[in-house]
Design a protein around this ligand. Sequence first.
Ligand code: CA
Length: 488
Amino acid sequence: MRYLITLFICLNLWANERPNIIIFYADDLGPGMLSCYGQELLKTPNIDKLANEGMTFNKFYGNNVCAPARANLLTGLHDGNSFHANKGALSIQLHRGDISKADYDKVLKKTYDQRKDFSFIGQMAKASGYHTSYFGKLGMGYSENHELIKLYGFDHYVGLYDSVVCWSFYPEFYWNNGKKIALANNPKFNKSSPQCPLIGESDMTYTEDIWLKEALNYIDEKKNDPFFMIYSTQLPHGPASIAPKDHVFRNKEGWTEKERVYASMIVKMDQSLGSIMNKLKQHKIDKNTLVIFTGDNGHEPSYYADLRQKSNNDNKFWDGHQRSEDIFKGSLGKRGMKRWNFEGGLRVPTIVRWPGKIKAKSTSDLNATTYDLFATCADIMNCPKEYKTDGISFKNELLAKPQQQHEYLYWQNSTGASRDALIKGDWKLINEMDTKNSDFENKKRRYKWALYDIENDPLETNDLAEQYPETVQLLIKLIPRQLLLSDK
Ligand SMILES: [Ca+2]
């Protein structure tokens, strides 16, 4: 009896100290799309509830686009130390017979060899004694496969390996632990990318419904085990697309159809989080599950291409997106959106709930970032192994204890919209596009170092580089691996 009591106490202590961890990872979600961050045109009640019960971060940074953000998340490294994506759409080309299996395998083998000596968050969670799972969009790739999933340390995977396939909510197939599952009623892939209707047919399968069902089943199965789950929803990334049953704003007056669909996608994402939270409560494990809601990059509405056409500058690299032209204003009025290294491109919503540990309705102004999640999870899991990381655990911040700060945060940017960016305290250095001196007609872009005081100039309108040349030089020297793109 004594042994049983001791064992029970030990299990209880273990349970209290080492929670399950779920990272709910949104795609292209600006903080301002959530009502808890100020959205007024729609409500996100489930995410708001998470904020009411946990800590909301006001200065959490993702990356400028999807793939490097996922590399930051999975490796715990910033862009100077992680790696660049390989080619996308390979699985579409293979599926259509446009490339051979041998050519496909060659690219994936090369990707595996380039990554095999890195450490990944799934490996870390496994080393900590957790069962590991990943649902939805992987897309660190762009092209990945089952061998890479295993390398990353995930025991269970249901989703899409290839970012380009994720450009549809109605793909021809998805993957379940290495097995290709056909979705016969969904549209066929065209030559280079998937086709995705704005409103699906009722007999088609919308991928979010698969990921959610599978994730809820997984929680049913693993409710008694310590588990680590990344739920990487494709929502609300473009293209704008929704199933008829989920088109909740179909009758909304004064909005375009794409705005109605986009808003419905936000609601759908919010409902997925609600379903996961209800499942945790159903099994009475919500108190022992730490839930992190975050996203990959800054705001970009899924009907972005339409906005671009409406802009007053037709070139692809207009320095626009200022104050958000879209009606939802998901970047909270910050400069830039996805693809830019301005605050609107990098800031993501982040909320962490851990009942009994994190004070309800608390907020944080800590400069934290995606590559901190590796160290934070390792800290909370009490991982027995040490890993090289550029991140800092923000567990102390969650527990309202003195928190170590970053010396600097760093990003590259391979979109051409800008290049390196570095934040040190209130200073932000960006190698941004010099729109005045670029010759867009002849495709000659120029870049310049710009310096912003983001505390006193949060909209990044006042470039202080000429005023503070020594600061610029000091910050340039901190850049771990400068991205060198030829001017073209
Ligand atoms: Ca994204």
